[in-house]
Design a protein around this ligand. Structure first.
Ligand code: NAP
Length: 248
């Protein structure tokens, strides 16, 4: 397995859940990691402590990914600290579930801004540094919901489907610079986002998963690590760790 020694990764929303597992996995394989967070400072600091205790480098940087100025600062801090950026994982996301009839414009816009616009802001800010070195690996965290749709998640589904279209366009624009761009579309993964559901809803979801369980954050993280270490000829794709719930 190729290691990531000397490479630098920004993982957005790395204080908890899938982003945390991705940051840890990349650091365990030698990358220096920028642990982006928004509200969960203590969790981000704890992860940095864990990574550095294990012998890799990491810093925690607060930035709201839906704010272009914050994102610009996140990238500036990364380059000041580590002088390069090889990997960007656009992972941060929120959901504000409600049926279309009841959804407010604010709930629509918050999800589109945090889950979709953020990928543009981060990619736009990072690619000059990748182009300079003719290398980059970008992963956009979409979702099975962007492929299937879901009752009460029209904002989230639209943002996640938009991320797939963004991924394909970015992959075509950036291939000439040896920058690959892929979308990860996980099914239901055991994180705060899913554990917050009622037991009844969780049981109904598990009944729809052929492999009979939710996924683990680490299972998404290892897939992402594979992409950045072995995926030199993979770009513009939707990758589907979902327990077979949706066979694309
Ligand atoms: P989670 O446990 O709720 O964690 C969300 C992360 O995003 C946190 O680290 C949070 O940081 C960060 N975040 C939220 N708003 C942010 C903002 N404005 N700026 C920067 N960071 C922000 O979620 P998760 O389940 O790990 O999901 C991670 C990604 O995977 C999301 O994009 C989600 O849509 C996607 N996904 C999840 C599942 C699933 O089943 N869990 C399935 C498919 C796709 P703070 O706590 O520091 O604010």
């Amino acid at each position: 397995m190729e290691r990531l020694d000397g490479q630098v990764a920004i993982v957005t929303g790395a204080s908890r859940g899938i982003g945390r597992a991705v940051a840890k996995e990349l650091a365990d394989h030698g990358a220096s990691v920028v642990v982006n967070y928004f509200q969960s400072k203590d969790e981000a600091d704890a992860l940095v402590k864990e990574i550095t205790a294990d012998g890799s480098q990491a810093i925690a940087v607060r930035a709201g990914v839906g704010h272009p100025d914050d994102v610009q600062k996140l990238v500036e801090i990364t380059v000041e600290e580590y002088e390069r950026i090889d990997i960007l994982v656009n992972n941060a996301g929120v959901n504000r579930d409600r049926t279309i009839r009841r959804m407010s414009a604010d709930e629509w816009q918050e999800v589109i801004n945090t889950d979709l616009n953020s990928a543009f802001y981060c990619t736009n800010a990072v690619i000059p540094h990748m182009i300079e070195r003719s290398y980059g690996r970008i992963i956009n965290m979409s979702s099975i919901i962007g492929q299937m749709g879901n009752v009460g998640q029209s904002n989230y589904a639209a943002a996640k489907a938009g991320l797939v279209a963004f991924t394909k366009s970015a992959a075509q624009e950036l291939a000439r610079y040896n920058i690959t761009v892929n979308a990860m579309c996980p099914g239901f993964i055991e994180t705060d986002m899913v554990l917050a559901l009622s037991d009844e809803v969780k049981d109904a979801l598990i009944a729809k998963i052929p492999l009979g369980r939710f996924g683990r954050p680490e299972e998404v993280a290892t897939f992402i690590r594979y992409l950045v270490t072995e995926g030199d000829w993979i770009t513009g794709q939707q990758l589907n760790p979902n327990g077979g719930m949706y066979m694309y």
